[in-house]
Design a protein around this ligand. Structure first.
Ligand code: ZN
Length: 318
């Protein structure tokens, strides 16, 4: 088994912002194209190194992201920010390549029933379809990253065998993918599962860069990040304000919140290169765009040493 070097003070972590895709995909409020473009531009200016910008899925399946090509066309590009986009199949890969994405992300679930429900394919069929995507991407010189949903459990089947996650990761590596994400849309990850799965995939597919994608569904999203840092994972995905959710867990909170994650990492002396204050402002603006309160906490509480004038607080009586 590979040696584990924890991520600690002085290390750098890459935070991917998934708000423009995962965060708003299922939102009932349509976010106008110019707002999406402005969001991505502000994230780029704030130093976010990788953004999940959109998804080239069928506009009928996901009306929120029907403007994928316009978004890609409208955003300012920067050499220091990778713009990734999800694609469900070869047709999506062709559209994504035409739109000039920096990275293609394919996705499937580790459990058969969730994969059938989500993309209407068996696990084997998904892997087969990815070979076509990989070929298109390769011909266009675009790297491919593969997400594995239900990496920590399935809402229909319960526990997902770690060997199944490792097998899919190995298939990704064999297809020449550059990285993989452990997806936890239904918030079933726990620190022991994180450790187990990260190590198993590192053994099975050592060339794949690993990314952890947690949801705060059960309130332990950042505890899972701590578990990931302890086993040396230096890439995480999160969404501004904690946007997003899961159709199977009504009222569940969404992705772990980017500002809260940055706060944790920065307080631990871990660098991200991202301007947290800018993200806090953007998260507040996001609440106005979506017309509701978002779960992010740092944008509301401020940083720990943000002082308050004494006169502004009433003195307790009695
Ligand atoms: Zn998510």
């Amino acid at each position: 088994m590979a040696e584990v070097s924890p991520i600690t003070a002085g290390h750098r972590v890459e935070v991917t912002e998934v708000g423009p895709r995962d965060g708003i995909q299922a939102d009932a409020t349509f976010v106008p194209t110019e707002h999406k473009i402005a969001l991505i531009n502000r994230l780029t200016e704030a130093g976010v190194p990788r953004i999940e910008a959109t998804s080239f899925v069928s506009p009928r399946a996901v009306p929120q992201l029907a403007d994928a090509a316009e978004v890609m066309k409208g955003v300012k590009r920067s050499k220091s920010t990778v713009l990734a986009a999800l694609v469900p199949n070869a047709r999506g890969a062709i559209r994504a390549a035409e739109a000039g994405v920096d990275q293609i992300v394919v996705f499937m679930s580790a459990s058969e029933s969730h994969n059938l429900k989500n993309v209407n394919c068996t696990v084997a069929e998904s892997l087969k379809a990815f070979e076509d995507v990989a070929k298109i991407a390769h011909d266009s010189g675009i790297p491919v990253h593969g997400a594995i949903a239900t990496s920590f459990g399935c809402p229909f089947e319960g526990d997902v065998p770690v060997a199944q996650v490792a097998r899919i990761a190995r298939a990704y590596q064999d297809m020449g993918f550059v990285g993989m994400s452990f997806g936890d849309t239904t918030g079933m990850a726990t620190p022991p599962l994180v450790k187990e799965r990260v190590l198993a995939v590192r053994d099975a597919a050592p060339r794949l860069s690993q990314v952890l994608h947690f949801h705060n569904t059960r309130g332990i999203g950042l505890a899972n990040v701590m578990a990931g840092l302890a086993v040396g994972v230096d890439r995480y995905e999160s969404s501004i304000g904690g946007t997003g959710g899961c159709p199977f867990v009504p009222k569940a909170t969404g992705n772990i919140c980017t500002e809260d994650l940055l706060y944790l990492l920065h307080e631990m002396g871990i660098e991200t290169g991202i301007d947290l204050r800018k993200l806090m402002g953007m998260a507040s603006d996001m609440q106005s765009v979506l017309g509701r309160e978002l779960p992010g906490q740092i944008m509301k509480a401020g940083l720990r040493l943000d002082l308050h004038p004494m006169e502004s607080v009433r003195t307790a009586v009695g």
